[in-house]
Design a protein. Structure first.
Length: 72
């Protein structure tokens, strides 16, 4: 999660200048349903989904797409 935020901090200025770009993040279905013994994992994946949603709202108007994949 921290590394994704660091990458965004480094790459977003160039994307904003170009007014285009794509950011793809990886989450998991566990972010929504959770599993016994995987509290930290589910919490980190839920955080990634939240970051993706918020970032999409912030940068979408500049032509930057943000997607979050959540494989089972």
């Amino acid at each position: 999660m921290i590394s994704m935020m660091n990458w965004n901090r480094v790459l977003l200025p160039a994307m904003l200048t170009q007014r285009r770009g794509s950011i793809v993040m990886m989450s998991s279905v566990s972010a929504l349903k959770g599993n016994v013994g995987q509290t930290a994992y589910a919490a980190s994946k839920a955080a990634m989904s939240g970051i993706a949603r918020s970032l999409a709202l912030e940068v979408g108007r500049f032509g930057i797409r943000v997607n979050c994949l959540a494989p089972a």
